[in-house]
Design a protein around this ligand. Sequence first.
Ligand code: SAH
Ligand code: SF4
Length: 411
Amino acid sequence: MTLSFDLTTDSARDALRARSAQPEKQSLIGLTRIELAETLVASGAVPERQAKMRAQQLWHWMYVRGVSDFAGMFNISKDLRAELNKHFTVARPEIVEEQISADGTRKWLFRFPPRGAGRPVEIETVYIPEEGRGTLCISSQVGCTLTCSFCHTGTQKLVRNLTAEEILAQLLTARDRLGDFPDRDTPDGAIVPAEGRKVSNIVMMGMGEPLYNFEAVKKALLIASDGDGLSLSKRRITLSTSGVVPEIFRTGEEIGVMLAISLHATNDDLRDLLVPINKKYPLKELIAACRAYPGLSNAKRITFEYVMLKDVNDSIEDAKGLIKLLKGIPAKINLIPFNPWPGTNYQCSDWETIEKFADYINNAGYASPIRTPRGRDILAACGQLKSDSERMRKVDRLALEAMMIAGHGEA
Ligand code: SAH
Ligand code: SF4
């Protein structure tokens, strides 16, 4: 696959910057309905007896219509709109950069206010369109407290948790930019699913460990799946965790989304090295938590992610270990080609090795973990990159990220 970048022009970038939120006002995005009603009353803008009705109106404008300015809320009186605008904002974050690849993959760099972190923070969100779906990969933290040895984010300290507003802002802004709200046109030439919603699926697989920011992630995902608002099916939302065992049951019980586990190794010795949280919550506990995941069934399987690291975890013995470990758990296996970064000691497994590993898993009865010709092209590129002394071209990095994100949740 050939990817080329069409970076937005300077003037387009300036225009995007100009849309930045005003940090001094409180955002109404990311509050539960009850919090929203209470906040409106506390500001004095809305009398108590109207609180529920006004919260419902705002909810509709913010999450069904995707309005990012009170001025667009036509069934609210001008006076009240002005009053709301005095106290609050529903604006989008600053978009520092938007990249669009030839295959329709998009990547945004968002800037959020410091919120105590000292300086503004920047995070990435990626959109990948496929035949019948469009998946958005969302970040939950700036940096990560964990130190998985193959993960670039793991080399960066945690700067701070994202708020529920900031987690949702990634979804809302992506939908803005894709014309995915009613009365909005999709930009000319954009590659999006032929039918239905442009963002049909979300995966919590960007920066950070979502289960170490449980409350904000929970709030954001409950709003994203609210039937009177953004209305994404919980089966189309996948939360990926490195294995924060004590929060796994709650994830199913309180959020009810699909679960993905970053497994990457099938014995504790190796997993301790690759995913160090394993020392705290070893495989036995992790697998037990998976078995107990609420709602688990053949129709609602857990995805096990397995990054292919050359000569580390990619032998047929490892594949056997994987099948044995997952025995009896309704599971999908997602083989991820390792995405190299400057300074890493790992390499991506050879294409042939990945294929053999995948064949073994297929023969054991798991649905094909390598997808579509597109995936193959990307894997082939992965093989070539190794010889390029770990220096990855931006386009290839984006393609690999797209490969990791694709195919999660119901189509
Ligand atoms: N912290 C969460 C979610 C974010 S990471 C977690 O660890 O699950 C999303 C996925 O990308 C995880 O499966 C992670 O193991 C994988 N990943 C991280 N760095 C990678 C790399 N360089 N190449 C391939 N996959 C990687
Ligand atoms: Fe990277 Fe996820 Fe590990 Fe954090 S938990 S270091 S984001 S793989």
